[in-house]
Design a protein around this ligand. Structure first.
Ligand code: HEM
Length: 446
């Protein structure tokens, strides 16, 4: 059960504390340096833990799709479990499969058609209430996408609570965000890492709001046809039992978190990139201005918003909201000519892969043309995987594309945004690729 020699290249001989601070200071930069220096398969040894960075799309496909049964997400998410419980993102095995099957219909095409008008309405409300001047783009996008996910999936109006929810989610993400980093399995055993009371308070706040939404629905007994109703009515095939409030809470909180922060992050980076590339912005404006009569765009307009979708795709290449996925192996795994014993951590990083010059010439350049259908066809599917892949692929992928494009098309119809002069822009890799200093922008009427 030992690795066949020689081991994959990597800085595994360096002492643990030599690598940890470097990684903590700049996780994405660290992974990128490892990939550049050591190639397609990098072995990093942190204390007793073997970590393998996969820097080839074939290896990533093997991890997420072909040999997905050799891996679990598991302990990386233990801390997250203290917030999210056994929701879709964190659960494993049979239980996960069942919950995924139950939730899936909420993301079918006919449901998405209904959601699209909510998305455009919420975006339209932002468009119509903005005033010229400085805004915190990241905060605006978070509020917008949180409102949309709550309304579409639970028919809940969280406008009054949106500030509280956003703050609590933010506190939670900040306090356990570090634990989501790819090396967290090892790091979580390091005793000096701070555990914040913030997480406990955040959980309490979120629980009270989510349990209220569940209680209201239970007492109304109405079938709203949304995800919450579907989960409430679901019965276990084996024993006919229904979901407990705790199970419902775990699923809803997971969707609130997974379904808003990622999309908000993608949009924030997109507005930033558009502000830096007026010629691309102008092309996008020409496309969205063609939506007839200046009305809100809807589901049927989506096929005519191809360039806007390309802009969003290219933005998620450069700034992937989920910047890495990690797995722990529970069986022997063969990769790149090596056999690796169970218990290793495997990391596939969107940040690193999406900037690999082998697949992305001139990788730092923002160029939506890379996502023309012809260009996509010639590329390895796993050179680009903002939504992961395989059985654990993002359940909200189509939701997110639709939402992102409709928000861009609605808001950019009337507004363009420019960076506040002197504002520093730097990514901050937490669970998602946030902005270190926020995104202060000036809203200008078009
Ligand atoms: C741009 C937006 C989004 C990005 C980049 C994104 C990315 C991802 C990725 C990479 C994963 C897989 C993680 C892994 O394999 O470890 C994932 C899973 C998931 N996402 Fe998303 N996501 C987005 C939007 C959404 C939305 C809108 C929803 C729901 C409304 C959602 C709900 C989920 C859930 C529930 C999972 C867990 C699925 C499972 O394991 O069965 N996401 N997402």
């Amino acid at each position: 059960m030992v690795m066949t020699a020689p081991a994959p290249p990597g800085p595994y001989a360096r002492p643990v504390l030599g690598l940890l601070p470097e990684f903590r200071r700049d996780p994405t930069g660290f992974l990128q340096r490892m990939a550049t220096q050591y190639g397609e398969l990098v072995h990093i040894r942190l204390g007793p833990q073997n970590i393998y960075l996969l820097n080839h799309p074939d290896f990533i496909k093997d991890l997420l799709v072909t040999h997905n049964d050799r891996f679990v997400k598991s302990r990386i998410l233990q801390r997250a479990k203290s917030l999210l419980g056994e929701g879709l993102l964190t659960s494993e095995g049979e239980f996960h499969l069942r919950q995924r099957r139950l939730s899936q219909p909420a993301f079918h095409r006919d449901r998405l058609i209904g959601y699209s008008s909510v998305m455009a309405q919420f975006a339209g409300a932002l468009r119509d209430t903005l005033v010229p001047g400085a805004i915190d783009m990241d905060r605006e996008m978070m509020r917008l996408t949180l409102g949309i996910v709550a309304k579409t999936l639970c028919n809940a109006d969280v406008a009054a609570d949106s500030g509280t929810i956003a703050r609590a989610l933010n506190d939670a993400v900040e306090s356990f965000g570090f634990m989501m980093l790819p090396f967290a399995e090892y790091l979580e055993r390091v005793p000096f890492l701070p555990f914040s009371r913030k997480l406990v308070n955040a959980r309490r706040t979120l629980d009270s709001i989510i349990y209220r939404i569940i209680a209201e629905r239970r007492s109304s007994g109405r079938d709203e046809g949304d995800l919450l109703s579907m989960l409430l009515m679901a019965r276990d095939e084996a024993d006919g039992s229904t979901m407990t409030d705790l199970q419902l809470r775990d699923e809803l909180l997971t969707l609130f978190l997974a379904g808003h922060e990622t999309t908000a992050t993608a949009l924030t980076w997109t507005w930033y990139l558009l502000s830096q590339h007026p010629e691309i912005e102008a092309r996008m404006h020409a496309e969205i201005d063609a939506v007839p009569g200046g009305r809100l765009p809807g589901f049927d307009d989506y096929p005519n918003l191809g360039y806007t979708e390309m802009v969003l795709a290219e933005s998620m290449r450069l700034f992937p909201p989920a910047w890495s996925v990690g797995r722990r192996s529970i069986a022997e795994h063969q990769v790149g000519g090596y056999t690796i014993a169970p218990g290793a951590i495997f990391v596939a990083s969107q940040w690193v892969t999406h900037r690999n010059p082998k697949y992305w010439p001139d990788p730092e350049r923002f160029d939506p043309e890379r996502f023309r259908p012809e260009a996509r066809e010639g590329r390895h599917k796993f050179a680009y995987f903002p939504f992961g892949g395989g059985p654990r692929v993002c359940i909200g992928e189509r939701f997110a594309w639709l939402e992102g494009v409709l928000i861009l098309a609605t808001v950019a119809r009337k507004w363009r945004f420019r960076l506040v002069p002197g504002h520093r822009v730097e990514p901050r890799p937490l669970i998602t690729l946030r902005t270190r200093y926020g995104m202060r922008m000036v809203a200008e009427r078009r």
